[in-house]
Ligand binder design. Sequence first.
Ligand SMILES: Nc1nc2c(ncn2[C@@H]2O[C@H](COP(=O)(O)OP(=O)(O)OP(=O)(O)O)[C@@H](O)[C@H]2O)c(=O)[nH]1
Ligand SMILES: [Mg+2]
Length: 501
Amino acid sequence: MDRETYIDTLRTELVDMVKENLSPVAMDYGYSEAPLEANIKWRPLVLVIGNYSSGKSTLINDFLGGNIQATGQAPTDDSFTVITYDDSDTVSESPQVHTIEERDGKFLMNDPDYPFESLKKYGQRFAAHFRLKKVNSPFLKNLAIIDTPGMHDSISEQDRGYNYQHVIGDLAEIADLILVLFDPHKAGTVQEAHTSLKETLPVKTFEDRILFVLNRIDECETLMDLLRVYGTLCWNLSQMIGRKDIPLIHLTYSSHVAQQHASETSQEQLAYLQFLENQREELREAILKAPQYRLDHLATFVEVHSERLTHFLETLIVARKKNILYKTKSVITGLMISLIGGGAVGLGLILAQLIPFDHIILPSTAGGSALLFFMIWLNFIQKILIRKHLDHMIKDIDHLTPLETQTRKDSWQAIKNIVIRFIQRTKNKTSLWDMQADYGMVEKIHQHGAKDVREALNELSGIRENMSIDPRASLLRKEDEFIDIYPLGRNIFTGAPIYYT
Ligand SMILES: Nc1nc2c(ncn2[C@@H]2O[C@H](COP(=O)(O)OP(=O)(O)OP(=O)(O)O)[C@@H](O)[C@H]2O)c(=O)[nH]1
Ligand SMILES: [Mg+2]
């Protein structure tokens, strides 16, 4: 088995783990409305965002090896285009890279095979600006790319007809790699880019999934000019992302476009470009690593959701236990009050000489009164008390769970409202037994599943590109018949050793 197949197998196993173990619990308890794996089951995704005319579409066309996306000066394309692989074109049999099929946004958002169902909420205007292209470029064999409308200064949500930042945020959430493009003319000064980097991306993705690219550098007339632009971009970036250390910025340009633009005189001044030739190639290689980033992404996904679900169920169990304890105390209190009340009634009636002191009449009157008191207690008073207890619990919800570390505080922030909604909806009556069983299963994934995934990833980073992996190392392998060659580690799910040859 080669490295790519191994990555693919690992990915499938991870998605299955989410699907079989985390999703059913997440949906049963209202933690998530859609199956958790809906967003992660598709191919690795690379999102390309940036200023208008920063060269997003040209860069994508260069990597795909064909004119797939429209390009041009001034805002050219105001659509989100998902570009994925398809080599099923047997009709034209053209060796050239071309679009084999195009589908509209409605199709993309309604087909459960694609991870875009959640974008339906952005309405018709967005649907009209969303589309799919299937292209026969080998570059797309293991990943899909999303080209996006350019960012502007003076465009509003009303002009676009949908909330652009929210769409970018949702796509960033499922993307494995995000390319943020700038160009020398607008090096980090565009308002929408500012909002994306300062507000949208930090809450939707992780720093290490973002690659910054200063594109069209051939348009800097001299090396000094490039350094000036680079400095400006660094300064603007540090303001936007709030970091003192400046992230790596790839300095790239499209050589074929540059050749068309460059005049004879500028050729000499642009000699410095030869030192940056490798940047485009580095960027290409980084993009091609997206399937591997996807594994990291999935591992983080399993870690985060298993941790939150564990925290969520743990809190519900504490709430339910408190409810049972309160109910038990209330029943005992009601019983005591009813017995005392029944006794007092019997005694009162005797003292008032309304009943004779008789060993049958007295106990039955006292017992009957006690029973009546108890029924009233159970059916009215206790119900009111439990409702008040529930209200009090929700008001004081933070006391249900210890929040000793920042991780706990973060996960509590993410689940707090779901806990409140669940307790209100079920009136805290869910079976403790069922919750404990679900907790046990999710906790196991949290403790072992996520850790094993990380171990498998570490092992994978030790396998060189051209190294082939023994097929017996497949995570799908069920039997233990192997020769002891060189164990890489343990199969995540079966615990069996993994080998490469
Ligand atoms: N000189 C030079 N021109 C470039 C380069 N990349 C793109 N261009 C030109 O810049 C213009 C804009 O390129 P596009 O690829 O359409 O830019 P975009 O970011 O997709 O633009 P929108 O989709 O409108 O946001 C086109 O005329 C390209 O030919 C480059 O590296 N160097
Ligand atoms: Mg474009």
